[in-house]
Ligand binder design. Structure first.
Ligand code: HEC
Length: 654
């Protein structure tokens, strides 16, 4: 009898299911919520799944759901159609956008002059409101006391941070409101939390009071004064990427009048509507199944969007691209690695050329006065084994000066020819116009991963100065007259291992460097250390990192924020970085006489730009992977940095 009842119920529910197809939210609510919680953040019965979702492919999720796990997840049978809508729903749960409270509502406010503003209420607090009007633009209004009357928040006076390194790449903001005397009062003004991003490497861009930031295949526009969200764009993360792009690295956006440009983990370039975040176009730069990836903030030059590629340990063939800003069509491509038929192939003797790498994963700089685009190129592959790529391996570890309209090469300088240390040249190129040794000059500064500090003449690429950033740098005995390094004996990786300084992470790495025209000093976070570089014969294999060796730390290692005199290359001051944490943060400098950077202990600090003395710090317990920036909105200066768990913005108390 009982069996028959059960059978009847079963038949009943089976027919019911067949008649009304279940939607994703219902499937989740009835089958999963009891254990994983209504929002996927877990309950006493089962752990949260939201943070695990981005790591699992649809097929893997399907298998977990259908087969269960040994740890207590029960198997569930369901039709394919239901499984599909359920998985689609799970994907929306992983996007922070979908989990953030109520959606916008329509609203009208009255301004003090009697006029009314009507639109979507994007954000609201007891003291202000953000409204998106019909033209798509979002403005901020300040409540007058506790009344229902508002006044329009002023954006002016303002100082924008226009792109990744801010224009000439100096990481300098000409603002003095926060300065040596008052920085001790600086406090956290707002924080925007971002979940499920293993690592934020973003530098915010701020234009007209709106901050644009990115994470892993996501972008946000935030009110730069309050941090409140204006829009959020997100798309699926890609499977199978073995580089940093597959672990959430994305460094930010470029802007023009109406668009925001960003790259995705799987090497697409996107244009988003600047006011709403809607996708306008989407161009595939290269096939991610070949391990092409992208992480760098693009750069807008005229009507073109310049975008680099990642995959510099995965055996890709590197290039730099320019796309039409309106259509997303490719305008030109500069291959950083030649084909066998190109003259540069003479600098690649052996079999490695086809997977020579030379990625372009750090944003370059544009000089309008010379109409030159500068972009740096990454290491050759395999990183540590040079035996199948004898020669200089052009254009790896170089800075390129290109004509931005055509991609034509005007000059290049190779910092480390035939590298076997992973000393890619992905360090910022800082453009400085100043009197240098008595002569007005157009300079380019770079603190290189190879342990040297360079000053180039950026009109022609001639080296004006190359000095060791620390005493132990032992791979060269200076440069010859042509600017080529003179190697010391045993400066290459070998099968037995050779101790060479600096270590594999550099000297410097990709973190921001800053130049302050007032102190005339150049600021950099630097590692003093060495490594045992060993080469191993490794055949290229798609989907496996193509290092061809190892670089194990050898001896002591010390880290500093260091200031250099750019005329002599001499160290002016040091601030020792101590602590057990990770500090992948660079430097920012301001006209207030300050240098900002992360601390190894998880804090964020301000140093005196002239002396290196610490003037302020706050313990945030973050692992830093991003560099700081600064901006002014409505006459108020802010300093901002991305941490592990979101975006932090500081300012003086009101
Ligand atoms: C009876 C409770 C229960 C129900 C119902 C349940 N789960 Fe689970 N689930 C678990 C437990 C317990 C684990 C942890 C298992 C382990 O560690 O092996 C888990 C693990 C998972 C994981 C892996 C998480 C990770 O960190 O790797 C996913 C994904 C998942 N569940 C999805 C679902 C979905 C989707 C549903 C609905 C179709 C569902 N679960 C229904 C108990 C449940």
């Amino acid at each position: 009898m009982l069996q028959r009842v059960i059978l009847a119920i079963f038949l009943l529910s089976a027919t019911a299911a067949a008649q009304t197809p279940v939607d994703g939210p219902t499937a989740y609510a009835t089958r999963c919520a009891v254990c994983h919680g209504g929002d996927g953040n877990g309950s006493e019965r089962a752990p949260g799944i939201v943070s695990a979702l981005p790591r699992a492919t649809d097929a893997q999720l399907g298998a977990i759901i259908r087969l269960g796990t040994e740890g207590g997840m029960p198997p569930q049978t369901m039709p394919d159609t239901e499984l599909a809508v359920l998985i689609a729903h799970l994907r929306t749960m992983q996007a922070p956008a979908a989990r953030r409270g109520r959606g916008p509502r329509q609203g009208t406010i009255r301004l003090s002059d009697g006029t009314q503003v009507e639109g979507l209420v994007i954000g609201e607090s007891s003291f202000d409101i953000n409204i998106r009007t019909d033209d798509g633009k979002t403005s901020r209004f300040i409540r007058q006391g506790t009344s229902e009357t508002f006044s329009r928040a002023s954006i002016l006076p303002k100082k924008d941070w226009v792109d990744y390194d801010n224009g000439d790449n100096n990481r300098y903001l000409d603002a003095t409101q926060i300065n040596r005397d008052n920085v001790k009062n600086m406090t956290l003004r707002w924080m925007y939390p971002v979940l499920n991003h293993a690592r934020l490497e973003n530098t915010p861009v701020v234009v007209d009071g709106i901050m644009y930031v990115t994470g892993w295949n996501e972008a946000w526009a935030l009110d730069a004064v309050t941090g409140r969200r204006i829009w959020n764009y997100g798309q699926d993360r890609s499977d199978g990427l073995i580089s940093e792009a597959g672990r959430s690295a994305n460094r930010g956006v470029a802007l023009d009048d109406n668009h925001v440009y960003m790259v995705t983990d799987h090497a697409h370039l996107l244009a988003l509507d600047r006011w709403t975040g809607e996708r306008v176009w989407d161009t595939e730069m290269a096939d991610y199944k070949q391990q092409y990836a992208a992480t760098a903030a693009p750069l807008v030059v005229g009507d073109l969007v310049i975008a680099g590629i990642a995959g510099g340990e995965e055996g890709v063939r590197g290039f730099l691209d320019a796309y039409d800003a309106k259509t997303g069509k490719l305008a030109w491509r500069f291959w950083t690695i030649p084909t066998r038929d190109d003259p540069e192939a003479a600098t690649w003797i052996g079999s490695a050329l086809e997977h020579g790498c030379g990625a372009t994963w750090l944003t370059g700089a544009y000089d309008a006065s010379l109409d030159l685009l500068y972009w740096t190129v990454g290491n050759p592959c395999p990183d540590y084994d040079g035996s199948e790529r004898l020669g200089d391996n052009l254009y790896t570890n170089s800075v390129l000066a290109l004509r931005p309209t055509t991609g034509e090469l005007v000059w290049y300088y190779q910092f480390t020819p035939h590298d076997t240390h992973d000393w890619d040249a992905q360090q910022p190129t800082v453009l400085v116009d100043t009197v240098w040794r008595g002569q007005q000059r157009k300079l380019m500064l770079q603190s290189s991963r190879n342990g040297m500090f360079y000053v180039l003449d950026r009109t022609d690429g001639k080296v004006l100065l190359a000095e060791k950033t620390f005493d132990r740098v032992n791979w060269n005995k200076g440069l010859d007259a042509t600017g080529r390094p003179i190697l010391t004996e045993g400066s290459e990786a070998t099968p037995e291992g050779t101790i060479i300084c600096p270590g594999a992470g550099g000297g410097s790495n990709w973190q921001s460097t800053a130049y302050n025209p007032q102190t005339k000093l150049f600021y950099v976070t630097l590692t003093e250390g060495c490594a045992n570089y060993k080469s191993i014969t490794q055949d290229f294999e798609l989907g496996r990192r193509y290092f061809g060796g190892t670089a194990a730390r050898a001896g002591d290692r010390a880290r500093y924020v260091r200031a250099f005199n750019i005329e002599t290359g001499e160290k002016v001051w040091d601030f020792p970085l101590r602590g057990t944490g990770r500090n992948g943060s660079g430097t920012l400098t301001t006209a207030g006489g300050l240098v900002f950077s992360g601390e190894e202990g998880g804090g964020f600090m301000a140093l005196d730009a002239a002396t290196g003395e610490k003037l302020w710090s706050v313990d945030l317990n973050q692992s830093w992977s991003a560099s700081p920036m600064s901006y002014v909105v409505g006459g108020k200066q802010f300093v901002s940095i991305a941490g592990q768990v979101g975006f932090f913005t500081f300012g003086l108390p009101d």
